[in-house]
Design a protein around this ligand. Structure first.
Ligand SMILES: [Zn+2]
Length: 414
């Protein structure tokens, strides 16, 4: 197919049920929504005029299926999953949870694993099959693996760029100050093409909050990169670091480019303290990522949203050395967030859905997102009456469309 034909390829999608319950037709040209109209209308004149006679528009009847924007997988680890590889039983830490010990287990497991590019592909296809077409992956950088993970995952991103948009975070899995040479490796990773610089528990891991954040934010400023920090520290120690990150973000004018992943501390504090921290995060433009893990207090999603904070989500670990769970399905993740948050009302279920769609797009800084004219025609059609039902039922019969073309059906890639 010639380049001109692809650019002018036109498709009409009939009878899509939108989140507001109305039926609409989509007119897609060159992979983008060129018009969205109430169902049953004739194509707009400019739709037919884009490339008359080049290709007859294909017509797909969505038959009243619920149609939603593609999901946003906001936090995953493409380099360390064993999904599709041999099952590796979980090894418990010997004396309570310990990140260093887990990293050692991970190194042992990875040494015997299938090639990283193959495992990353398995995980990508799992996510796309479930309807995620945008992803942020953290990629391990430390003295033991150097830039090898980054180089492999950059190549994977390039190979699958037509299928899914991927942001990469240079992630200091073994700390920064306590792992000599890591700051330089992070700098190199950003030069190679990572979009964001990561961090890891500045207080409990590196035991130097300012020293750790100095490196992270200096590198972000140097490269015009975003920041997304893993912060597992709980209680007041965790909240203190959240506030330090917010203060730096505000001082550097980086609103909308900084996220804190996990931020468990926000789940440990009383409502008035959450409101105070939430106001600070909202004013600074710092987003919070939670995957609503089963064994931790986690940030209160409704209270943070109420304070104006962008709360997004991700699968985090899938079948790796940290835990055996994860299915790459962000609709199921919305279900878990709603379940663990005690969300029952429709507006609450819609909020859980927003976390894995619109709010995720906002946290990732995506300008080109949603079922709107001009956006890439990336959407999911599924059998559900409406969004609240989709969140509780998690229907698996879905069709995933990337740039107006079906790429996955019922969880499987086409
Ligand atoms: Zn993570």
């Amino acid at each position: 197919m010639s380049e001109r034909t692809i650019l002018s390829e036109q498709t009409i999608f009939r009878n899509a049920k939108l989140a507001d319950g109305s039926l609409a037709d989509f007119f897609v040209t060159g992979g983008r929504f060129s018009a969205i109209a109430p169902a049953g209308k004739a194509p707009p004149a400019d739709f037919a005029a884009v490339a008359p006679g080049t290709v007859d528009p294909a017509i797909i009847d969505l038959d009243g299926q619920l149609v939603v924007p593609a999901f946003v997988e906001g936090h995953i680890h493409l380099d360390t999953s064993f999904y599709g590889d041999a099952w590796r039983p979980h090894i418990p830490c010997t004396n309570g949870f310990d990140v260093r010990e887990r990293v050692a287990f991970q190194a042992r497991n990875l040494a015997g694993a299938a090639p990283m590019a193959e495992r990353a592909k398995n995980q990508l296809e799992l996510c796309v099959g479930n309807g995620s077409l945008v992803m942020r992956s953290h990629v391990m950088v430390d003295a033991s693996v150097g830039l090898s993970h980054v180089e492999t995952i950059l190549a994977v991103r390039e190979k699958y760029r037509d299928l899914i948009d991927i942001q990469l975070v240079a992630f200091p899995q073994s700390g920064i100050l306590s792992s000599p040479g890591t700051a330089e490796l992070l700098d190199e990773a950003l030069k190679l093409g990572c979009d964001l610089v990561g961090g890891l528990d500045p207080a409990s891991f590196d035991r130097d909050v300012n020293g750790h954040l100095d490196v992270v934010f200096t590198l972000a400023q140097k490269h015009g990169a975003g920041v997304d920090i893993h912060l597992h520290d709980g209680g007041a120690l965790g909240v203190f670091q959240v506030e330090e990150i917010a203060a730096r973000t505000k001082a550097l004018g980086m609103a909308g480019h900084v996220a804190v992943s996990h931020a468990y501390g926000l789940g440990d504090i009383p409502a008035d303290a959450v409101a105070k921290a939430g106001a600070m995060l909202a004013a600074a433009g710092v987003a919070i990522m939670t995957n609503a893990p089963g064994n931790h207090a986690f940030p209160p999603v409704a209270a943070l949203r109420q304070a104006g904070v962008t709360v997004f989500s991700g699968s985090d670990n899938i079948r790796d050395s940290w835990w055996p769970y994860g299915d790459g399905d962000m609709l199921n993740r919305a279900n878990m967030i709603g379940y663990r948050s005690g969300f029952y009302e429709d507006r609450e279920l819609e909020a859980a859905f927003d976390v894995v769609t619109r709010a995720g797009a906002s946290a990732l800084g995506l300008a080109d997102y949603g079922i709107v004219v001009g956006a890439s025609a990336d959407f999911v059609a599924m059998s559900a009456q409406h969004v609240p039902e989709a969140v509780v039922a998690v229907p698996k019969d879905r069709t995933v469309y990337r740039r107006g073309r079906a790429v996955a059906e019922d969880g499987k890639m086409g």
